[in-house]
Design a binder for this molecule. Structure first.
Ligand code: ATP
Length: 208
């Protein structure tokens, strides 16, 4: 099935854009939500995390000890890379399982991931969308949504690849600056993906 990856910096509005695609009937896999889920449900991953960060990574009832993990990986790039090396492949597996149960008549799927480019996940998609918005707008949105300070948002932003870097790897863009309608931008891309997916399906059926 034709797969489209979608990403964007914190507060760019990628989840909001995905909701518009969902209204059009396009299934969306939310990689960050899936990652949180599988950190307690994927036995292989749970085992890997315990081996890497200690048994105290989980409480007795099986819940993740976020504080313990965060304490290790926060501001420690090597430990964070270790965690990502365990979580990212598990999320790829979860995506494959999710995609396998999608109705064959669905024209294409979306994979929303904050670290689409950083994790290498984009290599497993057919096209990618980068959602962008001005930095000050993104800061205001996240301050309001998460009830945090501008400094806290900026600190999170500093840990992400810049839009300039991400745009080198993106095929399509949605500018969510609240001036151009995101609905119209999504509709235009939807049309493009329907055509491409139809074309690919035709070629696959003809085994060309
Ligand atoms: P994160 O990476 O932090 O998960 P995100 O890129 O998924 O963020 P959203 O959660 O979609 O961003 O949007 C951030 C906040 O901004 C939300 O509260 C959302 O409702 C709001 N927002 C997004 N786009 C718009 C818009 N065009 N107009 C008004 N508010 C918006």
């Amino acid at each position: 099935m034709y797969k489209v990856g979608i990403t964007g910096g914190i507060g760019s509005g990628k989840t909001t854009v995905c909701k518009v695609f969902e209204v059009l009937g396009i299934p969306v896999f939310y990689a960050d939500t899936a990652a949180k889920e599988i950190m307690v449900t994927d036995a292989l991953l749970v085992d890997g995390i315990k081996k890497a960060f200690g048994k105290e990574s989980y409480f007795e009832d099986g819940k993740l000890n976020n504080k313990h993990i965060a304490g290790i990986v926060f501001n420690n790039e090597a430990e964070l890379a270790k965690l990502n090396a365990l979580v990212h492949p598990a999320v790829f597996r979860a995506f494959d399982t999710w995609e396998a149960q999608i109705d064959a008549n669905v024209p294409y799927t979306l994979k929303e991931a904050a670290l689409l480019f950083e994790s290498g996940s984009y290599k497993m998609t057919d096209a990618t969308i980068l959602v962008t918005a001005p930095t000050d707008t993104r800061i205001k949105r996240v301050m309001q949504r998460d009830n945090v300070t501008a400094e806290q948002v900026k600190a999170r932003m500093d840990k992400q690849l810049s839009d300039e870097e991400k745009s080198k790897l993106a095929n399509y863009f949605i500018h969510n600056d609240e001036k151009i309608s995101i609905i119209e931008q999504v509709l235009a891309l939807h049309k493009t993906f329907l055509n491409t997916a139809k074309q690919e399906h035709y070629l696959a059926a003809k085994k060309i």
